[in-house]
Design a protein around this ligand. Structure first.
Ligand code: SF4
Length: 317
């Protein structure tokens, strides 16, 4: 419907890797008669919709590129997801067969841009003698799709498979596959195949180190993001109560995005509890303080309670 001079006010939002396409899309929507705005801030996932920007310019719709639906709750504005598929020659997977020769039962995963290739990938491995497992993640939208915060598409097959395989680029997504079985990445550009269990182990050690360091913490900053798909105030309030119950101090800190510099200027917190994007906790070095995701925070509470029980029992003798 026409709205005066323009058809509709639209806000376009791109993840970093697709920002170079922004101008071409802006021109396309302008040609159709829309008034177009482009969200400029970093966008890390479909959890991170530019709702504030849309409100500020009075946009009627966000066109969000490069991700699939993530937020299942009702949104205050219409959001159209444009998924942006990438293609690759399925024959490149032949190069992975030597590395995978000892494995029969395999779980496969990929990111949104290659999700449409899953049936073809499955067929390829089946024709090469593998039994292929493809699952639907708990947060991810498509079968076989993994997110940085959801690799249940493969981890649900822990007992059935002897290896998990991620087909895609980079290490951010495959490192969500926290498994004990051998784990591989196949790069779709050329079929290069890399085992990543060392990297998974490094991440586990880092998380364990943060947990141990947090045992002695007395004051906790609980991080709550205002990003619509990452905002967990209820969990933060619960965490605060748990900390207070154990005689320690906790404050809830709110931001759209947490920057190490501005966070560390508080100089008051021995540890952060992260209720926002769980993968932020992997950037421990940047924050200079232990940072626990919600799962690890649960483990911390158990450790603190065990220590307190030991002390109480000791003092009874
Ligand atoms: S919460 Fe983090 S890992 Fe999950 S989709 Fe958002 S940015 Fe990605």
């Amino acid at each position: 419907m026409s709205n005066g001079r323009f058809n509709m006010k639209i806000l376009l939002q791109f993840p970093e890797g697709l920002k170079r396409e922004a101008l071409a899309y802006a021109k396309k929507y302008e040609k159709e008669g829309h008034e177009v705005f482009i969200a400029s801030a970093s966008c890390f996932g479909a959890c991170d919709l530019a709702l504030e920007e849309a409100k500020a310019v009075g946009a009627k719709k966000i066109v969000h590129f490069g991700h699939s639906i993530f937020i299942r709750k009702k949104l205050p504005i219409e959001v159209e997801y444009v998924e942006c598929e990438s293609d690759f020659d399925i024959e490149v997977l032949k190069r992975s067969l030597t590395a995978l020769s000892g494995f029969k039962n395999i779980a496969i995963a990929t990111t949104i841009q290659y999700s449409h290739k899953i049936p073809e990938i499955k067929k390829f491995f089946e024709q090469n003698g593998k039994r292929v497992f493809i699952g639907k993640g708990s947060l991810a939208f498509y079968p076989g799709q993994v997110l940085g915060c959801d690799a249940t598409a493969v981890t649900q097959f822990r007992k059935e498979v002897d290896t998990v395989i991620f087909i895609g680029d980079g290490l951010f997504h495959p490192l969500a596959m926290d498994v004990d079985t051998p784990a591989f990445v196949i790069y779709p550009r050329n079929g290069d195949t890399k085992q990543i269990n060392k990297e998974i182990d490094t991440l586990r050690k880092k998380r364990k180190g943060a947990l141990l360091a947090a045992v002695d913490a007395n004051s906790f900053g609980i991080l709550v993001s205002t990003k619509f798909g990452q905002s967990h105030l209820k969990i933060a309030r619960w965490a605060k109560k748990q900390i207070q119950k154990r005689g320690k101090y906790a404050a809830i800190l709110i931001a759209n995005e947490f920057e190490p510099f501005s966070l560390n200027n508080f100089m008051s917190f021995d540890c952060y509890v992260n209720t926002a994007c769980p993968r932020m906790s992997d950037d421990l070095e940047k924050f200079g303080k232990p940072m626990l995701g919600v799962d690890l925070f649960g483990e911390l509470l158990k450790i603190l309670d065990e220590l307190s029980n030991k002390t109480n029992n000791g003092s009874k003798h």
